[in-house]
Design a protein around this ligand. Sequence first.
Ligand code: NG6
Ligand code: CA
Length: 526
Amino acid sequence: MKKFILNVFAFIAVIASMSCNTKTQIPKKGSLQISKQNKTKPNVIVIYMDDLGYGDVGFNGSNSKLTPNIDKLANNGLIFKNGYASSATCTPSRYALLTGEYPWREKDASILPGTAPLLIKTSQVTLPKVMKENGYQTGIVGKWHLGLGNGNVDWNKHISPGPNEVGFDESYIMAATQDRVPTVYIDNGDVVNLDPNDPIEVSYKKNFEGQPTGKENLELLKMKWHHGHNASIVNGIPRIGYMKGGEKAKWVDEDMADHFLAKAQNYVKKHKDAPFFLYYALQQPHVPRTPHPRFVGKSGMGPRGDVIVEADWIVGEFVKTLEEQGILENTLIVFSSDNGPVLNDGYYDDAVEKLGDHDPKGGLRGGKYSLFQAGTRVPFFTYWKGTIKSGVSDAIVCQMDLATSITSILGNKKQVADSKDIADAFLGKSKVGRSELVLEAGKKTALRKGDWLFIPPYPGMRKVNKNVNIEEGCDDIAQLYNLKEDSGEKNNLATANPEKFAEMQNAFTAIRGKAYFKGVKPIELH
Ligand code: NG6
Ligand code: CA
């Protein structure tokens, strides 16, 4: 009898568990994925723009209406008014984002040619590795620009080490920049559409015999170079560096945004059922600006505005995919840019002529390549539907802090290099971010601390980069600005406020060392 009762109970338990299972198997549209994933382990996506300025986006006050989709996301997320890239150029900023280390600690972290060896050591802790330790699938789609291989890449063979050796399970990238050769996509270390009968050769030193160049063959160009960019011609666009062969593998510039979008969408669809980390690095609005024909003329500002409109559409489509896959609520999105804006960055593309009233700098001083704020203060927001409340934060946050902070959000502790745990600032639970941050431009550094910016003297260094018409932030004398009262960095208070000056100089010296003032050899960028 006892046995019978036990069996009845066991039977009821089995039926109950079956009906529970059936319940979870017929969820409302979209909820299955959410239930499968653990709420404490959101997907994490970093959407990273290339050269998008603080003032290019509506959510930082621009009236130009270039970014309605990005603005919608930002306005439903947490907007950082003091959000920083670590540097005013691409490679160092990406290095800091992925390693959590100040890029000025790594001597080779400056703008890399397409043939540079991998900058990140395979033994180094990285953001994607940290995510893997936390049980995440990791992927990168888009711009890499952190070097590949060991210094002598054969583009016709498997390329390694690269993103897959520093923490990414999957990678689909361009090696460097859109204006640098090789102009091919690389899928997990292999050039896409490689034809063994048309091998690829790349050099940054000399041209391959008989190959046309931007310098000598102006008649072949559909886009004219202004400075630099006069080496090999691909798709009528002159590039930095020389390339031969690989005709079938060459990308079509106008299709690049759609191409990377499809890869990012596929990645999301493939991995939606378990936590993933995706670093989606768009190429816009870096030069050459090549909007798909359906975006040409859409901004009224020429190609620079048009590719921002294009990128905005892309972000909108990408978010739609997250929604359709039912994972938007379980995904933390971080949106930012690798450095500030530049208009003429080497091609005649009407960026200056058609700018109109638009201010890519958003009232800040400088731009790409600059120690002034427009170099490193960039569009920045976090979005996590249902978890992060919409709002605006003044906390000082840097992309470099994501490695440690995201680990902390996942409930773990891991101090990654210079990356700070400011998880609460990223989630909007605290108004406090970093207390101080060293900013970098072409190996020159400055210190943001509280409301203040200290730039040490850079005697003899060029003040204005005439090619791009941007003030680089250097002066023979030291500079001190109160950014809260003087966001345009117009009043140097170094002599007017000796106490603050001494405090800031000491804080800077404590991090960079006394030798900095004597020994530093900053590089002048083109
Ligand atoms: C500069 C290029 C510029 C751009 C930049 C890298 C010249 C004259 N200028 O050297 O066009 O490619 O490097 O930009 O070649 S970044 O956003 O990837 O850092
Ligand atoms: Ca950039």
